[in-house]
Design a protein around this ligand. Structure first.
Ligand code: AMP
Ligand code: MG
Length: 529
């Protein structure tokens, strides 16, 4: 294997837990503890993503024993020390105290062409933060994390990446639905990669412990390593950092809304300080468009993390971060001002996102009404979000009402049950949409043909054709469980070009099949992983 440009900024800058033994404990004044992966001697690689190539590993290297051993934790890279980060968090709205990397072990960071990448194994064994957990992960959740994080990257959504998916070679006991039916499943290890895995919760832990020194070190480290555009110092720099994290968080969530991704567990320990989608657990993709939907059965009662609530929860989480950063700023007013900016920017950027989804260029005073009516319609009758928006680009300012209805009607579930009233409501919306497109054309001064072409292109670059539908992920898992990875490879390939027409994958551009409606793993997922 080529020599990796190791550059460990986190461990070189921040305080280490003096205790080196691996037992569950509460820590104080430290940012991380030493933790060593278990030696999975029977481990085997299942899939390596295109990220390997991006990071400079060639095809031959990936096949070498050393690659497998390194990214399943059997050996550590020379002169590196693996570790688990200390963090806390608010879970489902409540303060949960110390959490930390309970089943993630950080290997090292590399710095290449000014880009920093931290490597982390998920499911490689217990750490001092494992609490009652075993530090392991099962194949099911690891397939989901590996595929989805790469799919999100190709969708243009800020996210942590996944380098590799491996079998650990061991069995792991899990009670999938938490209903007293534990069973053994195949263990797996994902190697995640991101510039940093720091979460809101790292700051919350230091603040909760009243450790202003650690808090400052964390903030200074984050600023000097990841926010080098911020040139100010002291309080002003911390405020700018908070503004930047706020902006990035909003941007990330708007991308989720755009593609129909529901994270499922937006606890503050699952919020990246870099605004990356992190910790793929019981996430899901909207199939029928529904603001009230969450795939996470653990959240079934309150649906705190439902699709429609994600932007608001992002703000709630930022408020927790603001509280954590307060000792560094000692003034609530500017922090509040930044939180207020989130609300204003949300309004503006949501409109922008929706205009892109609808293929409207020029703004008009009635646009918000048009969008609101559309969202009401999408809730009237079960309508597949991905198919609806993708088909919409086939409608233009000259499309007749009936044709327009025909175009979008392939997105309806149980079209036989579409009532006359609902159909009329859709026809009325389509009428106003086509009129709106006509208006857009009239407002355009450039070449009409080029304008039409650009519109379709923009829509198709905003509305993906292929997403990791919940049931597709489950089919991949079922096959992988049997040791067949063909489907995994196919779906991975398909998801590398989510906006392109790929006729060979057309069978995945279809309504969710009925069998998947209430199946565990397809529409219902627990946090068990
Ligand atoms: P999550 O909701 O998956 O982000 O996890 C919340 C917390 O539980 C984090 O601190 C995880 O590290 C920890 N955790 C989850 N699963 C396990 C496990 N199997 N073993 C140890 N810790 C775990
Ligand atoms: Mg987590």
């Amino acid at each position: 294997m080529h020599k990796l440009p190791i550059n460990n900024s986190f461990t070189n800058t921040l305080p280490e837990d003096p205790i080196q033994e691996n037992f569950t404990r509460q820590v104080s004044d430290v940012a991380y503890s030493i933790a060593t992966p278990l030696k999975f001697e029977k481990a085997s690689l299942i899939h390596v993503s295109q990220l390997a190539e991006e990071l400079g590993f060639d095809v031959q290297e990936i096949k070498e024993e050393e690659f497998l051993k390194l990214f399943t934790g059997q050996v550590l890279y020379p002169n590196t020390q693996s570790y688990a980060m200390a963090y806390a968090g608010h879970q489902f709205g409540n303060w949960a105290g110390q959490l930390g990397d309970g089943r993630a072990i950080n290997l090292f960071e590399i710095l290449e062409k000014d880009k920093r990448w931290a490597f982390q194994l998920k499911g490689a064994g217990p750490t001092p933060y494992s609490r009652r957990g075993d530090g392991l992960a099962v194949l099911r959740s690891s397939v989901r994390e590996h595929l989805c994080s790469e799919a999100m990257h190709h969708l243009g959504v800020p996210t942590t990446r996944s380098l590799s998916l491996s079998l650990s070679g061991d069995q792991v006991l899990r009670d999938v639905m938490y209903d007293g039916h534990p069973d053994y499943e195949k263990g797996a290890i994902v190697c995640r990669v991101a510039p940093s895995f720091i979460r809101f919760g790292n700051f919350e832990l230091a603040a909760a412990q009243g450790d202003n020194d650690l808090l400052k070190k964390l903030a200074d480290y984050t600023l000097s390593t990841f926010f080098t555009d911020i040139k100010t110092t002291g309080k002003e720099a911390y405020l700018q950092l908070f503004q930047e994290v706020t902006d990035r968080t909003l941007e990330m969530i708007l991308h989720w809304q755009r593609v129909g991704f529901v994270h499922g567990v937006m606890n503050t320990d699952n919020m990246s300080i870099l605004g990356l989608t992190i910790d793929y657990g019981p996430y899901g993709w909207l199939e029928p468009y529904d603001h009230g939907w969450t795939p996470n059965t653990t959240d079934r009662q309150n649906k705190r993390y439902r699709y429609g609530a994600q932007p608001e929860i992002g703000l709630w989480n930022l408020l927790q971060l603001a509280n954590a950063l307060f000792p560094l700023v000692e003034d609530a007013v500017p922090l509040q001002k930044i939180l207020d900016s989130y609300k204003i920017n949300y309004q503006v950027q949501y409109l922008e996102t929706m205009m892109n989804k609808l293929g409207i260029y020029h703004t008009h005073k009635d646009d918000r009404d048009l969008i609101q009516t559309l969202e009401e319609n999408l809730h009237l009758h079960e309508t597949d979000m991905t198919i609806f928006y993708r088909e919409l680009s086939k409608i233009d300012h000259k499309t007749a009402q009936n044709d327009a209805f025909k175009i979008i009607s392939i997105a309806f579930y149980h079209i036989d049950q579409l009532t006359e009233a609902r159909k009329n409501s859709w026809i009325a919306w389509l009428e106003s949409y086509v009129l709106r497109l006509e208006l857009d054309v009239k407002m355009e001064t450039g070449n009409a043909l080029a304008f039409a072409k650009a519109r379709t292109e923009k829509m198709n670059a905003t509305n993906p054709k292929y997403v990791l539908r919940n049931y597709i992920a489950q089919l991949v898992i079922d096959e992988a469980d049997k040791g067949d990875y063909q489907l995994l490879n196919d779906i991975y390939t398909m998801l590398q070009k989510p906006y392109e027409e790929q006729p060979e994958y057309d069978k995945w551009y279809a309504l969710r099949p009925e069998w998947a409606r209430d199946k565990v793993g397809c529409s219902m997922l627990s946090c068990s992983s």
